[in-house]
Design a protein. Structure first.
Length: 447
């Protein structure tokens, strides 16, 4: 292995693999942002990953700041996680019946998401993807309240279920799509989209539609329009307003959960009143397909078989996937979170310094160990608070920056509207390579 050195072009292997993929897979990818549409060039086809590094089909190694879009907090192929997966696989891949490990994972999550001796997560139902988790949380909120409307925030991504795709950030922001074709008008009409961090807009929506709003859903800290933390007290006030009108708050911690801290973003804020429902994903599966809905027993027990709200899954609570999640959470101790915070601080500061040195106006956006950059004088002068403000940035500076980093052997998220993800395996050597690559990338962003 060695450094990438092909000036923006993938090696032959990735070019050939992408051509071949495009003949059988739409766009050559199984998730849109992977296609490099907003940064240009050929996506690297990866063949292995270890610690803070990924290796492409040409044998080129990159320091990875994607971390599988969040799950890999311990670094790739962590020995304890791999061992747990191998042991579980040897006992059988899937039973379609209950296993002891599912209860252990639910107990662990309940114990972690606790403040003042009480957990707002009294029950947990495992599913396979974050999309399923938020979709189920919404069905549950509708079932619990008998109401139809959902409030979401522009730029918040909650997966790709029909009702949650309006102004949804992430891949839609990357591809400049306001919403998805194929969603019925009737479904779209049941989602009210509001500007983030705007409690007046929330109060106005409840004043007008309060009697028919089932739930507000919000990312615990937004990280799918780049990183954008909530204003202090925002999540607590959301819960207060929702409760005042008999609605629920669903806090989406699919991305933040067990990444920004041992109890997720809610653990950092301990906002009170607590959210009614939580969604988790990514880290909870340690790189395997596990996600979850959690919350108060009175609401969660409305799920089948106890209650009238249906939800199910052939592979829900899959034993191999649960083993990966359990091993990841058990290994993610205070030292791991300290390491993530420190790596985020070092990398974001070094890149920010490099941009300053080249006179590239920008702001570092942080939410715990999650971070990203917004470009331009406006963003540098005033912190953006919502999707409209984030979209006004000088996004054109990111593609040349991204490719200069890639050429130097650093793999960033291929969109300015995504968070950067460090892992606890980002040691001095890996971080050193990022720091070394930053000045040339900043120069590319300046031009
Ligand atoms: N919710 C949030 C906050 C997310 O970031 C994501 C994925 O990025 C999802 C939900 C959807 O999760 P999945 O991709 O596992 O369906």
């Amino acid at each position: 292995t060695g450094h990438a050195g092909r000036a923006g072009d993938a090696g032959h292997a990735s070019d050939d693999l992408f051509d071949r993929a495009r003949r059988v897979i739409p766009g050559g990818v199984n998730s849109p942002v992977r296609a490099f549409r907003s940064v240009g060039g050929t996506p690297r086809f990866l063949v292995s990953a270890r610690g803070p590094y990924v290796t492409d089909a040409d044998g080129v190694e990159y320091v990875d700041l994607v971390a599988s879009w969040g799950p890999a907090i311990l670094g790739h192929a962590h020995p304890q996680v791999v061992q747990a997966v191998q042991d579980a696989a040897a006992r059988g891949l899937s039973f379609g019946a209950s296993t002891p490990a599912e209860t252990e994972l639910a107990e662990l999550v309940t114990a972690r998401v606790t403040a003042g001796g009480r957990s707002p997560v009294e029950r947990l139902r495992l599913v396979s993807t974050g999309t399923e988790a938020t979709m189920t949380a919404i069905r549950l909120a509708r079932g619990a309240t008998g109401r139809e409307l959902i409030v979401k925030f522009a730029g918040h991504y909650h997966g790709h279920s029909d009702g949650l795709l309006a102004e949804a950030g992430s891949g839609l922001a990357t591809l400049a799509m306001p919403a998805s074709s194929g969603v019925t008008v009737a479904t779209a009409a049941q989602t009210l989209v509001l500007p983030y961090n705007d409690l007046d807009a929330v109060r106005a929506a409840f004043a007008e539609h309060g009697g028919n709003i089932a739930a507000v859903i919000a990312e615990a800290a937004a990280a799918n329009m780049g990183v954008l933390a909530p204003l202090p007290g925002f999540n607590a006030e959301l819960a207060r307003i929702a409760h005042e009108h008999g609605a629920l708050l669903i806090l989406d911690e699919v991305l933040t959960g067990f990444r920004v801290g041992p109890a997720g973003w809610w653990g950092l804020e301990a906002s009170d009143p607590a959210p009614d429902l939580f969604t988790f994903g990514k880290v909870i599966g340690g790189g395997m397909p596990v996600a979850a809905i959690g919350g108060r027993a009175a609401i969660m027990d409305l799920l089948a078989p106890l209650g009238p709200v249906y939800q199910a899954g052939t592979l829900s609570g899959n034993p191999v996937a649960v083993a990966a999640g359990l091993a990841t959470l058990r290994t993610a101790d205070a030292a791991v979170y300290a390491r993530l915070d420190q790596a985020a601080e070092t990398v974001s500061a070094a890149v920010s310094d490099a941009l300053d040195a080249e006179g590239v106006a920008h702001r570092v956006q942080r939410a715990g160990s999650l971070f990203s950059f917004v470009f331009g004088q406006d963003a540098a002068a005033t912190a953006p608070l919502d999707y409209a403000e984030v979209q006004r940035q000088e996004a054109y500076r990111y593609p040349p920056f991204f490719h200069a980093m890639l050429d130097a052997g650093v793999s960033l998220p291929p969109s300015v509207f995504e968070a950067w993800f460090v892992t606890a395996a980002h040691d001095d050597a890996a971080i050193g390579r990022i720091v070394e690559a930053a000045p040339a990338a900043a120069r590319a962003a300046a031009s």
